[in-house]
Design a protein around this ligand. Sequence first.
Ligand SMILES: C[S@@+](CC[C@H](N)C(=O)[O-])C[C@H]1O[C@@H](n2cnc3c(N)ncnc32)[C@H](O)[C@@H]1O
Length: 342
Amino acid sequence: MTEAQPRELMRLVFGGMAAQVIGTLTRLEIADAIGDGGATSAELGAAHDIPAQQMHRLLRAAAGLGLLAEHEGGRFDLTPQGALLRKDAPVSLHAFARMFTDPIMLGAWPRLEQSLRTGKTSFEDVYGASFFDHLAKVPEMSALFNASMSQATSGVAATLPAAYDFGKFTTLADIGGGDGTLLSAVLKANPDLRGLLFDSEAGAAQAPETLGELTRRCEIRTGDFFESVPAGADAYLLKSILHDWSDEQCAVILGHCRKVLPENGRVLIVEPVLPELVPADGPGGVYLSDLNMLVNVGGRERTRTDFENLCESAGLRVTDVIRLPPQTGFSVIEAVTPADRA
Ligand SMILES: C[S@@+](CC[C@H](N)C(=O)[O-])C[C@H]1O[C@@H](n2cnc3c(N)ncnc32)[C@H](O)[C@@H]1O
């Protein structure tokens, strides 16, 4: 057993405050204002009507978190980590940082204990509607959520096309495909493949812009995957969908996919696959995501056995689990109808 490190535990306890610093930096777009040339507390304060002294305190806190570097005269530069908060960074986490530090994401977290006791989301108790229904009522937050998902998906989008042979399919449907970031990447890598993006109206609102000229070979359809999913594809991709829902709800979504799956068709679930035991040295974020799913949407992260059971409950069989590069934290779980497997 390693030695106890009180300061490390204190750093974790301060995590909620760190999140507020990051949230404030991104809302004020401080990283963009600092840019390549750096900026002073006085300049940044003046731009936001915040006294320089107070702005200085925010910037020092960000420097303490490793996001900024402080120089003489109250001047600050971005560190590589802080540069990820720029909107125009090649790999930006601006929208992700804003969304996941917003009260919409954090407002139900003080009720974690309640959710642990009931096994149910607490979001509705705080906001009076389910997470996705609430988002749909606030278009700017919905757009921010979609952008945050796009940013969170970029690692998978960069690696999935090389990790799985999509060339064997005619049409790939991305169910709950959001703004189309992932489908765009797969379509770009497979010029003969057609796409079908399916999401709610709010979820797909930014898809035409992201897909751009790919809309020539990608249809966008809106609807509710608890009612049905569109037929016509030979592969059905579900990335970060099942973790939003309970086992019973997942069985409904997967059941709709199975209903429209042609012979030799595939369901491709792209999610983290939890190891049976928490690794001593692995990244722990996925377990926080698991609790986030519980508190906000009533879903969960799952092990391979969980996915096998889910698929079985919908009349599907898992045929393969392909790990994407470890930095993504994601795997592809391939499933077929049992007849195809024999
Ligand atoms: C966690 S996001 C994942 C988005 C995308 N697949 C990704 O990984 O970046 C979940 C998606 O499911 C969509 N969604 C939620 N409820 C839905 C429903 N009932 N019918 C269709 N789509 C839904 C949301 O709009 C959102 O785009």
